[in-house]
Design a protein around this ligand. Structure first.
Ligand code: NAD
Length: 260
């Protein structure tokens, strides 16, 4: 129970990696703000935490809307005793080939993954500085932002490259306030996002879904895609005291798909 007394904010907490991380944090005693554009899913995550001895607050938030982020910060101050730990996780993508990406798709992906991630981090960091009790921030990057060649699309790869770059800048700015800022860079994670990409590849190539998954796994040195719980375990480490001297890093969790 290493997170007792802490309040965590997780964006994209309604499913996938965000939900698995909410469970991991709650198992360690943290109270959790479950922010998601899909309030119904965030409420379902809250139901999964019902048997834990913690408080949780499902909260509807579109991370691409700065005024909504500011309102959520007010809510955290008024109702949840502020924020100690932040998993900046909400993200979107779809499988689009290089020549097919249009302006609407570019803007959608980057307004959530890059702009949304930045302004969530900026607003949470300002609160943490004002609270004066340090903090931990973990941003959801991806190996797509580090040159992984089979990224779902170039707009997504650019958005995740932005997340890694903004992690470095924030880590430098926030170190004097005892705020650690790191990014996680998953390879494949078996969530709805992954399933969506696999089924689109399947309809484009005519290959069956299982075959595509097997092909992906055959390219992974450790031979398996992540489960959301694998990623949650890394995020938990990065918000724990065990990682107190780690900041400004973008850590891969990908079974060895890329090694830099
Ligand atoms: P997911 O699609 O299962 O879940 C994403 C969550 O974000 C959903 O609950 C969705 O409602 C929420 N969301 C989407 N747009 C939002 C918005 N504008 N405001 C607030 N919430 C919003 O995805 P996941 O696989 O759990 O991915 C989580 C993060 O991990 C993302 O940033 C993703 O890019 C990253 N990631 C995923 C994989 C993978 O293979 N699944 C790999 C690398 C990185």
């Amino acid at each position: 129970m290493q997170l007792i007394g802490k309040t965590a904010l997780i964006t994209g907490a309604g499913q996938g990696i965000g939900r698995a991380t909410a469970i991991a944090f709650a198992n360690e005693g943290a109270n959790v703000i479950l922010a998601d554009i899909n309030l119904e899913n965030a409420t379902d995550t809250a139901k999964e935490l019902a048997d834990k001895d913690i408080k949780c607050w499902p909260y509807q938030l579109d991370v691409s809307d700065i005024s909504q982020i500011k309102s959520m910060i007010d809510f955290a101050v008024d109702e949840c005793k502020g924020i100690d730990l932040f998993f900046n996780n909400a993200g979107v993508t779809q499988h689009i080939s290089f020549f097919d990406i249009n302006e609407i798709q570019w803007d959608k992906i980057n307004s959530v993954n890059a702009k949304g991630a930045f302004f969530c981090m900026q607003q949470v960091a300002e609160l943490m500085v004002n609270q004066g009790r340090g903090g931990k921030i973990v941003n959801a990057g991806s190996i797509a932002g580090k040159g992984y060649k089979r990224a779902s699309n170039a707009a997504y790869a650019a958005s995740k490259g932005s997340v890694i770059a903004m992690t470095h800048i924030a880590a430098e700015y926030l170190a004097p306030y005892e705020i650690n800022v790191n990014a996680i860079c998953p390879g494949m994670v078996q969530t709805d996002m992954f399933k969506g990409i696999v089924s689109l590849r399947s309809s484009e190539t005519g290959q069956d879904v299982l075959q595509i998954k097997e092909n992906i796994e055959s390219e992974i040195p450790l031979g398996r895609v992540n489960q959301p719980e694998d990623v949650a375990a890394l995020v938990l480490f990065l918000v724990s005291e065990s990682s107190r001297n780690i900041t400004g890093q973008a850590l891969n969790i990908d079974g060895g798909m890329i090694m830099h």
